[in-house]
Design a protein around this ligand. Structure first.
Ligand code: DX5
Ligand code: ZN
Length: 219
């Protein structure tokens, strides 16, 4: 599967309506929304009051990436946005299995994210219960950072784990995705590509989505 998820973090926050207009008419598949708390990551982005407005501006699936401590406290807030995917960090969840269950009970798909230094072996006993595994391909907290090359090997090993266990999880990547790194990631076995600075702020972001899709579809 080859899905593109533009990350709103890179948007012009003074004109979200305009940003959502190109997003809606583009070939983009999901809208990736980065919530940060200044504790789990060294930055603060936007919270639920902002997302409630954004959610009304699109019918495409929302992928809510919670870079916060204790994300399990916000399952109902994310559900109330109408989100399709609730995305929590492995490092932030002491009882990850319970949190995944709660996300499913709320009617959403469960995505579990790993920081660059967290080994994929930490997911061995939950890989068959999650819908998406997202690998951070930069350290979370900021957009427009340099892609961590080691991630390619990590994607390959995650793909092997998914095949070996019979898991149905999709592989998503977040950080430093652009026209150079996307084909390499496609070759390694990625399904969902989050991209912020490679799309927003460009003269024609919808065309950037199309080009990115073409590149990964051709791998
Ligand atoms: C980083 C966020 C990303 C970010 C990616 O912590 O999770 O979603 O927006 O930005 P780019 O694509 O610019 O690396
Ligand atoms: Zn993200």
């Amino acid at each position: 599967m080859n899905l593109i998820a533009p990350s709103l973090l890179a948007a012009d926050f003074s004109n979200l309506q305009r940003e959502m207009e190109w997003f809606n008419r583009s070939e983009a598949d999901w809208l990736h929304l980065d919530v940060m708390d200044g504790v789990f990551v060294p930055n603060i982005s936007f919270g639920f009051p902002v997302l409630q407005h954004v959610a009304r501006l699109t019918d495409k699936p929302l992928d809510v990436h919670l870079m916060i401590v204790e994300p399990q406290k916000f399952v109902s807030e994310v559900r109330d946005l109408g989100a399709a995917i609730m995305n929590v960090h492995q490092e932030a969840c002491v009882h990850l299995h319970r949190t995944v269950q709660q996300i499913h009970e709320a009617g959403m798909k469960a995505a579990v994210t790993l920081n660059p230094s967290t080994p994929i072996s930490t997911l061995e006993d939950i890989i068959c219960d999650v819908d998406v595994v997202m690998l951070m391909t930069v350290n979370p907290g900021f957009g427009a950072q340099k892609f961590i090359e080691h991630s390619l090997d990590k994607v390959r090993r995650l793909r092997e784990m998914i095949i070996r266990t019979g898991s149905k999880a999709l592989i998503e990547v977040d950080g430093g995705v652009n026209r150079t790194t996307a084909p390499l990631l496609a070759k390694a076995g990625v399904d969902v590509y989050v991209a912020g600075s490679a799309l927003f702020g460009k003269p024609d972001p919808a065309e950037e989505v199309r080009q990115l899709k073409k590149l990964i579809d051709n791998v």
